[in-house]
Design a binder for this molecule. Structure first.
Ligand SMILES: CCC/C=C/C(=O)SCCNC(=O)CCNC(=O)[C@H](O)C(C)(C)COP(=O)([O-])OP(=O)([O-])OC[C@H]1O[C@@H](n2cnc3c(N)ncnc32)[C@H](O)[C@@H]1OP(=O)([O-])[O-]
Length: 305
């Protein structure tokens, strides 16, 4: 409990855990120790953009993104996200994470375009390092990671979902997922491409990246971009069911296997990290690319009128 309180200083405990003097025992008002069997020991911490609910009994944390209107990945959001994942990683009780959205219709709209538009090289470099960090933390996590994709998930949102071990999407044909960077006139970097190739294979990635395909939910299942479709209301419960299968596997064997699969992709970014930042900065600050982003943002806003 002390560790969790250190990790989640704004923690609010449900049940009667505040009265616990020894694990499994609660102190009555008269001071007697009584056995206590809480159905679940939950700890919730809320930051500006995320809620993290840790269930001590299952060892699973639900991380809910809530940055209205569309969970776009700003510098602040990314920083907070990486810190939260790191904290869970260090928490020995936490074995798995379910990542989901607390907003209607959208899992994440991807990178916050306003962080890349009209900004100087220094800001762009800092932003890109934070994008890399988010991916390194999630793709390289030792924990079981399940994306409960309960809305649209373009570009960086798709990257986040692909960085998880398993993806469950709401069966709603209006929701889409994919790396649509070319539609914005920008290029997905090599590690976005690698992550997608590791998920759906070379040919499907080649098509998806060049055409900037946003797959609706049934197509996403068909190409293997998601692993399951379930009715919208059941996305979280399906994620809990799925994670219990993963929890049944001994951690050390699963972790070594995961690392064996993912390490070469992670090492490739680690060994070219600064070069990747320089490439991004010189690309994104070009006048022609800035113009493309401006046109794209205007189109997004016009869609509403
Ligand atoms: C090398 C670089 C690699 C790049 C990777 C990326 O991820 S690039 C990112 C690629 N991402 C995309 O291409 C996704 C673009 N977004 C979408 O397609 C849709 O917003 C949606 C389907 C996610 C949600 O549809 P919906 O009907 O529920 O919502 P709505 O459309 O009405 O938007 C509400 C408000 O949010 C605004 N806003 C939206 N997205 C972003 C953003 N990323 N950023 C900032 N702002 C964004 C939007 O302008 C509007 O603002 P307003 O007018 O209220 O001031």
């Amino acid at each position: 409990m002390a560790t969790l309180l250190k990790l989640f200083p704004t923690c609010t405990w449900t049940g009667r855990l505040a009265h616990l003097s020894r694990k499994g025992w609660a102190q009555s008002r008269s001071g007697r120790l009584l056995p206590c069997f809480p159905a679940s020991q939950r700890c919730a911490s809320t930051t500006s953009y995320l809620t993290v609910e840790m269930d001590d009994n299952t060892g699973v944390a639900v991380v809910t993104m809530k940055s209205p209107p569309v969970n776009s990945l700003s510098l602040d959001f990314l920083t907070e996200f990486s810190i939260s994942i790191e904290k869970l990683e260090m928490d020995r009780k936490c074995r798995g994470v379910i990542l989901t959205s607390g907003l209607p219709k959208v899992f994440s709209a991807g990178l916050d375009i306003m962080e890349m538009y009209g900004k100087g090289p220094e800001h762009c470099a800092e932003f890109w390092r934070a994008v890399q960090e988010m991916w390194l933390k999630l793709y390289g996590s030792n924990m079981i990671t399940i994306a409960a994709v309960n809305g649209s998930s373009p570009a960086g949102g798709c990257l986040m979902a692909m960085a998880c071990d398993y993806r469950i999407m709401a069966d709603n044909p209006k929701y889409s997922i994919g790396l649509n960077e070319t539609l914005l006139g920008i290029v997905a970097p090599f590690w976005f491409k690698d992550t997608m190739m590791n998920t759906i294979g070379f040919r499907a990635t080649e098509l998806a990246l060049q055409l900037g395909l946003l797959h609706n939910a049934p197509n996403a299942l068909r190409v293997g971009l998601v692993d399951e479709l379930v009715p919208e209301k059941e996305v979280l419960s399906a994620a809990s069911t799925a994670i219990s299968k993963w929890l049944a596997i001994p951690d050390h064997a699963r972790q070594i296997t995961k690392s064996m699969m993912r390490k070469p992709t992670i090492d490739r970014l680690l060994s070219h990290r600064d070069q990747d930042i320089n490439n991004f900065v010189s690309f994104i600050t070009k006048d022609s690319i800035q113009k493309s982003l401006q046109v794209y943002m205007e189109r997004l806003k016009q869609r509403k009128t």
